[in-house]
Design a protein around this ligand. Structure first.
Ligand code: PAF
Length: 288
């Protein structure tokens, strides 16, 4: 497995792969890899085929953290990450430095103006501008044919799909289902912040999404009723602080009053130091 630190070397490596007719597939991450990332890598490996070039990037992107967020304490473990990447058949790990990604005087950003306003965008001003900008830059550095993102960060996935379409990036965006612990908690690098009691309380997050899905399957149609059902479950856990619970259109992310067919139910909850997000598509066609 190659480890590439320099932007120009990364571009040269991708150009060489393409010149040989290889497909370049890209999995961008901020490191501290877990089984959710493992699934992204496996999907990437399949998409690249055995002859393609599978690139994984590890870059903790300062531009997507707010001033009061966890940039300085974001968990990191490069040795473990490289081990997992090797096990899963990554061909090249790209680890650019902050100064290479954001050289002095950097002042160019990309924004997906409407989609970034909803859900997490309301409480994390600038977050999706930081995500879209770094993803566009990483695409220009890795020059992939396809790139893989998890559906746990559903809004991020939608924003990147829209950016790729709107700016004709020519990168096929592949979304991968959320990987969960045995009790349903979505895998996240930030789960590492949870103490044992907090970890138990976090079960209420997937529990509330299951209750929403069951509610819709048994006839609940009003968004406010679903939100109430979910709130009651999470509020049983004194350490859990709800940031938002939303029922929205799964493409525009705009709030819905009534579920006519399918909807995205999404929430953000803080437990101790961890801000956890999760989501689920609910459908009137599914039975509980
Ligand atoms: O999902 C992530 O880990 C990050 O937001 C991403 C896409 C790597 C951009 O920094």
């Amino acid at each position: 497995m190659e480890i590439i630190k320099e932007v120009t070397l990364m571009q040269a490596r991708s150009k060489a792969a393409k010149a040989e007719g290889q497909k370049v597939v890209f999995v961008p991450t901020m490191g501290f890899l877990h089984d959710g990332h493992r699934e992204l890598i496996k999907t990437g490996r399949k998409a690249a085929g055995k002859d393609g070039l599978l690139v994984l990037s590890i870059f903790v992107n300062p531009a997507q953290f707010g001033p009061k967020e966890d940039l300085s304490t974001y968990p990191r473990d490069m040795d473990r990450d490289l081990k997992m990447a090797g096990e899963e058949g990554v061909d090249a790990v790209f680890t650019p430095g902050v100064d290479d990604v954001y050289p002095r005087g950097f002042e160019t950003f990309v924004e997906v103006t409407e989609l970034q306003k909803h859900l997490c965008g309301e409480r994390r001003p600038g977050h999706f501008r930081g995500v879209a900008t770094v993803v566009l830059k990483l695409f220009n550095m890795v020059m992939p044919d396809s790139a893989v993102f998890g559906k746990k960060d559903y809004q991020q996935l939608k924003i990147i799909e829209r950016m790729a379409r709107d700016l004709n990036l020519g990168v096929d965006i592949i979304g991968v289902d959320t990987v969960r612990e045995s009790d349903g908690l979505a895998m996240s690098s930030r789960n590492a912040y949870l103490s044992e009691p907090e970890r138990r309380a976090a079960r209420s997050i997937p529990g509330s999404l299951k209750a929403a899905s069951d509610g819709v399957a048994t006839g609940v149609r009003q968004a406010r009723d679903l939100i109430e059902i979910m709130k009651k479950i999470i509020e049983k856990e004194p350490v859990a602080v709800i940031e938002y619970i939303r029922v929205c259109d799964k493409e525009s992310l705009e709030d819905l009053d009534t579920i006519e067919d399918e909807a995205l139910v999404a929430l953000a909850v803080s437990i101790g130091r961890a801000r956890l997000i999760d989501n689920r598509i609910v459908s009137i066609r599914l039975r509980a």
